[in-house]
Design a protein around this ligand. Structure first.
Ligand code: PXP
Length: 237
């Protein structure tokens, strides 16, 4: 069974829209660990739209499983990672205008800057994973850049509109997994995975870890809403 890393960014999203102190992603991380997750994932974005520097600092102190820091390969973020020392860094592409990470890194195009970032992080004792589309040439470049691991972008598989398109996207993931396995890279996968589409990805035995965020946080609203309303009614009474 692959490990589950839970991305808690969207707990912070709900907090940030009101500029208040709750819900705290740090508290959420504790609950996620108690529920049995194997790790916590958070993305410190350049625009700090959800996770804040303070969150990352406290997460590093309190997490008992594994902290996976997603970040862009910028000077600022490399400095923060080296100071924080998460268990692993996942380098992702980042655009200010995007709603969420929209695709994998172009490791071929940004080879030299990524190589420098990977080398600096490794020197600081931090393993590095690269978030890439399921393409053989990107996986080869990931190995050449010196990454320990890759995370395969499952977003196109998750967005498939027809069974045929889904099969096609899944085939790309199978091929990418075979390539990464052949190169001895550790393999994670994520983006867009939910309670319906996770099964076919979880069945791929070479994938060691699934990183899932939005669908879990969204479900938490629904499965927790009944209790939250009842608690408020009790207080009002
Ligand atoms: N993996 C990576 C690299 C991501 O950027 C994200 C989104 O932050 C996820 C996994 C989780 O995606 P989702 O929130 O769609 O489950």
């Amino acid at each position: 069974m692959p490990r589950l890393g839970v991305n808690i960014d969207h707990v912070a999203t709900v907090r940030q829209v009101r500029g208040v102190m709750y819900p705290d992603p740090v508290t959420a991380a504790g609950i996620v660990e108690l529920a049995g997750a194997d790790g916590i994932v958070c993305h410190l974005r350049e625009d700090r739209r959800h996770i804040q520097d303070r969150d990352l600092r406290i997460l590093k102190e309190i997490i008992q499983t594994r902290l996976n820091l997603e970040m862009a390969a910028t000077e600022e973020m490399v400095r923060i990672a080296l100071a924080t020392k998460p268990n692993i860094v996942t380098l992702v592409p980042e655009k200010r205008e995007e709603l969420t990470t929209e695709g994998g890194l172009d490791v071929i195009k940004f080879f030299s800057s990524l190589k420098k970032a990977v080398q600096r992080l490794h020197k600081g004792g931090i393993p590095v994973s690269l978030f890439v589309d399921p393409q053989k040439d990107q996986i080869k470049a990931s190995e050449d850049v010196g990454a320990h691991a890759i995370e395969i972008h499952t977003g196109h598989y998750c967005d498939a509109k027809t069974p045929a398109q889904e099969d096609l996207e899944l085939k790309k993931i199978f091929d990418a997994v075979a390539e990464a396995s052949h190169r001895n890279l550790q393999i994670a996968a994520g983006h867009g995975l939910n309670y319906v589409n996770v099964r076919r990805i979880a069945e791929i035995k070479e994938i060691e870890e699934l990183n899932i965020g939005h669908s879990i946080i969204a479900r938490a609203f629904l499965v927790g809403l009944d209790r939250a309303v009842r608690e408020m009614i009790e207080l009002i009474k």
